[in-house]
Design a protein around this ligand. Structure first.
Ligand code: UDP
Length: 500
């Protein structure tokens, strides 16, 4: 019922501190946490969640556990190992209700399976946990089990909710009402953003946003030639030189509806053209379709303006009058890259499959001239290869877009800001918390409206003199707020407080 997960520490604190951009953040963490680390002396912090792989929580956990240990806090990571499909169906329903979807009638049988399973998990946890320890439980799956342990052993306990939803409806209320009796057994709760805290927890919640590891494959520094090599290995650029391809490179949607080599029917021009790139799961809420439509609209507008101005013999009474030659050329040369996971990852995800099919239809319906400026690309299926491709694409794109219609936090935005990309994001959820319009990127006022996307993109492509400022501020913002060092500092603040 409980599995202890081994973690591999890839980098020591001193290794992080040798990086000149990171040094201040690392030292600030070390200096800030000493009292909290002392308060936790002799106790083990137990991180409990429901999976050891897949998803943001599992990706972050080894970094968090590794750093806590390196700072001198005894930490264990336990995953609940439940072989009961009804349990996970039920917690998935709760998750959906919190986002305003699904049937608000909770089935009694499922509810009792959740409770009975949680009891067994709690029994096993109680055998391992000491009353002096600290329990940190992530998300609704182990919530009830953790509450039973907190209640039974009187151990200090924190519930970390990674669900980011501003939804306030009958459905979300039903879910919160179900969770509430368990949540109240915890000493504190932790949420990603203030907007996600339900009213009944307002005074008991701490805010800890997600964070990135600057040394991970997805975020580590890549020299220009390394980034170019990664793109070549993924078959995303055509080179006449010897390159060792990934076993399974990226693939690109073709006019006949199949996926083939990403350099077919011709090289995309990634390193040489103004490239706008969005990387996300295939999900309707990620806003791929309005981004594609907005890009197409901008291209058409720029072309028709050029034609109109040619017709009036270079007169300046067209929309074109506002654009410099360089701006016009930039729009004309621009390419849009829409990237997501390999379709095998959506094989058992009907919504993901539908979102990808939807996008394919949109792309196929474009006129061929515009279509050739937009590439729909699927990642190499290997996780490590795809992490490197994300890294290289974010570094090599002129603009990184995240046009989500809804977004919990938006780690893709954090990752790109860290790399000093020029960001164009939608003004929703965590993206609005990360991008300050005109300071460290641009926000699309209405990401569901292609005209709004086209207008903002036009502005971005027309303001190259601002790019350096935005991208510098973007990296600064991530360094100050969303690196794993800041996250650990905030965690120790919360943990120090609950043991006092
Ligand atoms: N990502 C990935 N492969 C993909 C698309 C996205 O590994 O094909 C990563 C992306 O780099 C980010 C995470 O998945 O680290 C997505 O997190 P985000 O908060 O942006 O959105 P979510 O998918 O959690 O809604």
């Amino acid at each position: 019922m409980i599995q202890l997960i081994d973690i591999e520490v890839e980098h020591t604190i001193e290794e992080y501190a040798t990086d000149t951009v990171l040094r201040d953040s690392v030292r600030a963490m070390q200096n800030t946490v000493t009292d909290d680390v002392a308060a936790l002396d002799g106790r083990t912090v137990w991180m409990v969640n429901s999976t050891a792989s897949g998803g943001g929580v599992a990706e972050m956990m080894p970094k968090l556990v590794g750093l806590l240990r390196a700072l001198g806090v005894e930490t264990q990571w336990a995953v609940i190992d439940v072989d009961e499909p009804v349990f996970f169906e039920f917690t998935k329903e709760i998750h959906n209700l919190l986002h305003g979807a699904g049937d608000p009638e909770l089935v009694d049988h499922e509810r009792s399976v959740y409770e009975a399973t949680s009891r067994s998990v709690a029994d096993e946890l109680e055998d391992r946990i000491d009353p002096d320890d600290v329990l940190v439980v992530h998300d609704p799956q182990p919530l009830a089990a953790g509450a039973m342990v907190a209640d039974g052993l009187d151990v200090p306990a924190v519930w970390r909710c990674h669900i980011g939803s501003e939804e306030r409806s009958e459905k979300s209320r039903t879910a919160w009402e179900f969770l509430r009796p368990w949540i109240v057994d915890y000493d504190r709760t932790v949420f990603t953003l203030p907007a996600y805290v339900p009213a009944f927890l307002e005074t008991e919640a701490d805010i800890i946003p997600p964070a990135i590891d600057p040394f991970s494959a997805k975020n580590r520094r890549l020299k220009p030639q390394e980034a170019a090599t990664v793109l070549a290995r993924a078959d995303l650029i055509d080179t006449g030189h010897p390159v060792e391809r990934f076993d399974q490179p990226a693939r690109r949607l073709q006019a006949d509806g199949t996926f083939a080599s990403a350099t077919d029917p011709e090289d995309i021009g990634l390193l040489f053209r103004p490239t706008i790139c969005q990387i996300s799961r295939w999900d309707g809420l990620k806003g791929f379709v309005p981004l594609l439509r907005g890009f197409a609209e901008l291209k058409r507008d720029a072309r028709s303006a050029v034609d109109a101005s040619a017709a009036t013999n270079g007169g300046d009474d067209s929309a074109e009058a506002g654009r410099s030659d360089a701006h016009r050329r930039r729009i004309d040369d621009a390419r849009l890259l829409l990237v997501g996971p390999d379709p095998s990852s959506v094989a058992d995800d009907p919504e993901g499959r539908e979102a990808l099919e939807n996008l394919e239809e949109e792309w196929l319906a474009l006129d061929p001239e515009i279509r050739s400026d937009i590439a729909v690309v699927v990642m190499p299926p290997d996780q490590h290869d795809s992490a490197l491709v994300i890294n290289a694409l974010q570094r090599c794109s002129s603009v990184v877009a995240q046009n989500s219609l809804q977004e919990g936090f938006g780690l893709t935005v954090t990752e790109a800001m860290w790399k000093r990309a020029v960001l164009m994001g939608s003004d929703t959820g965590g993206i609005g918390a990360q991008i300050t319009d005109g300071k460290n990127g641009r926000l699309v006022p209405d990401s569901s409206d292609p005209a709004s996307v086209a207008h903002t993109l036009d502005d971005v492509l027309g303001s190259p003199e601002r790019w350096d400022d935005w991208s510098y501020n973007a990296q600064r913002h991530v360094t100050d707020n969303y690196l794993v060092f800041e996250q650990v500092t905030r965690w120790l603040d919360t943990l120090g407080e609950v043991v006092e």
